[in-house]
Design a protein around this ligand. Sequence first.
Ligand SMILES: Cc1cc2nc3c(=O)[nH]c(=O)nc-3n(C[C@H](O)[C@H](O)[C@H](O)COP(=O)(O)O)c2cc1C
Length: 207
Amino acid sequence: MKNIIMFIVIALMAAGIAFYFTHKSFVLGRVGMSFTNKPLAAEKTDSVGNVPKGGKRILVAYFSWGGNTRKLAQDIHKQVGGDIVEIRPVKPYPEGYKETVKVAKEEYAKELLPAIEVAKLDMADYDTIILGYPIWYYREPLVISQFLKQHDLNGKTILPFATSGGSTIEASIPYLEKYAPKAKVGEPLLANDKTLVEPWLKRNKAL
Ligand SMILES: Cc1cc2nc3c(=O)[nH]c(=O)nc-3n(C[C@H](O)[C@H](O)[C@H](O)COP(=O)(O)O)c2cc1C
């Protein structure tokens, strides 16, 4: 009997260790997203190249400092297919909230668009850019403005979504239009309530 119990305990431990190593990024990602508000390691482009369900060629592009918008962007990408890319500042924002607020405030005061790191993209591959960001100072973070400024979005549709501490997304829209004057900015979504996402994707023919 003792031997059987020992065997079961060892088997369970082995299964646990195997799960950790085969799902390491899943396990760590979940822990990071649930319990910290610190910047997570950025991913590179995950170019899955599958055909999106709505027939549009979609790029999900996002910036996230604390992980909320990243989680949502990844969920959206799972639903719509296409590609996903993270937009990161070359000089990362500080880990602390107060420090980040201070740095951001200085950038906004001078409309200083930070240098960004983003995988090389051929915009000819996409019809729709689903653009995700946290609301910072009632608008889009300036890494997003920089991304729009640096890419030729002529004829593309931008579908913006945001997470926030309560502010709406509306005040960011004129800035998106300013930095991507040749793109069409579609229906924006404040996505703090996740149940709004799927109907929004469907309404906008991304799903
Ligand atoms: C620098 C900074 C400025 C922010 N400004 C606002 C704001 O104006 N209105 C608001 O509702 N939330 C604001 N927030 C909160 C974030 O929008 C919110 O926590 C968001 O979900 C964070 O997304 P993330 O985890 O993807 O970074 C701010 C957060 C930071 C770090």
